[in-house]
Design a protein around this ligand. Structure first.
Ligand code: NAP
Length: 267
């Protein structure tokens, strides 16, 4: 499905990363994939994951620094010439504010979450735009906490709302040039980043009890949907937020067994 296509994936931290689920599917389907990681520690993880691909290109980048993004775009262009896909799977917020109330969130924490988790999509897209082929597909990762309150998700929910708006505006800008921009809204996945959210294991438990498919979302689930959105199969879609969450988002009151109703003393 991806033979002859080349592009870059931002955000593989380890084998549990959603970005790795997507990159694996891309490579299985013939794509040439470059990677961007942040810092030496993550470079080691990537090298282990790519042990059977010794020639894979990897670029160090802190996406809060636009000059580093531009350097990666220049390096990528020198190595590959053109680009058919970009995966943005990065997010950050100070975990001290991913618990309790949203109200105390300080301005610097708010702005940093916005910068790394939302603005970086704009910055990456702008730096790669000059050498994107017609048909290029850009994919970001988001979560339901952008639209509805999920306890403890707090400032990250606000940043994801901004990210989703960026997807729509970029889709509008780039659509006339044959470049598409979409996002996957994944259910909770047990990753490094997610572990920073207070009581995240409770979220996982609630999700697998309530979601119609009664299971947790995996990087492989996101990988399959990512492959579709990055391939020509989805050529009629742009500006979309596609749910890959076992159907959780369609449920208001689902499986009654998931709620401990008999323990409610008001009845
Ligand atoms: P992950 O494996 O921890 O990946 C997140 C990546 O973002 C890490 O490689 C992290 O590097 C990187 N990152 C953070 N700040 C960065 C910066 N300034 N510059 C460059 N890279 C930076 O977690 P993940 O859950 O797969 O996250 C991937 C995407 O999926 C994120 O956008 C996340 O919000 C989204 N998502 C996750 C879930 C979930 O439940 N896991 C659900 C829906 C959507 P460090 O490790 O060095 O910080």
């Amino acid at each position: 499905m991806m033979k002859g296509k080349k592009g870059i994936v931002f955000g593989v931290a380890n084998q549990r990363s959603i970005a790795w689920g997507i990159a694996s599917k891309l490579m299985e389907n013939g794509a040439e994939v470059a990677f961007s990681y942040m810092g030496e520690r993550l470079k080691g993880n990537l090298e282990k994951l790519l042990a059977d691909k010794p020639n894979a290109k990897m670029y160090d980048c802190d996406c809060s620094d636009e000059s580093q993004i531009q350097r990666v775009a220049d390096q990528y262009k020198a190595d590959f010439g053109t680009c058919d896909f970009v995966v943005h799977a990065i997010a950050f917020a100070d975990k001290s504010y991913l618990e309790g109330d949203f109200l105390p969130t300080p301005k610097d924490v708010f702005l940093q979450a916005m910068d790394v988790s939302a603005y970086s999509l704009v910055s990456i897209t702008r730096s790669f735009r000059p050498f994107m082929n017609r048909g290029c597909s850009i994919l970001a990762l988001t979560y339901l906490g952008s639209e509805r309150v999920v306890q403890n998700y707090n400032v990250m929910g606000v940043a994801k709302a901004a990210l989703e708006a960026c997807v729509r505006y970029l889709a509008s800008d780039l659509g006339p040039h044959g470049i598409r921009v979409n996002a996957i809204s994944a259910g909770p996945v047990n990753t490094l980043a997610a572990r920073g959210i207070s009581d995240f294991t409770h979220l996982l438990k609630i999700h697998r009890r309530v979601a119609p498919l009664r299971e947790n979302t995996t990087p492989e689930h996101a990988g399959g949907a990512g492959l579709f959105l990055l391939s020509d199969l989805s050529f009629g879609m742009t500006g979309e937020i596609m749910y890959v969450d076992g159907g959780y988002n369609v449920t208001a009151v689902g499986n009654l067994d998931a709620y401990n109703l008999s323990a409610d003393s008001k009845d």
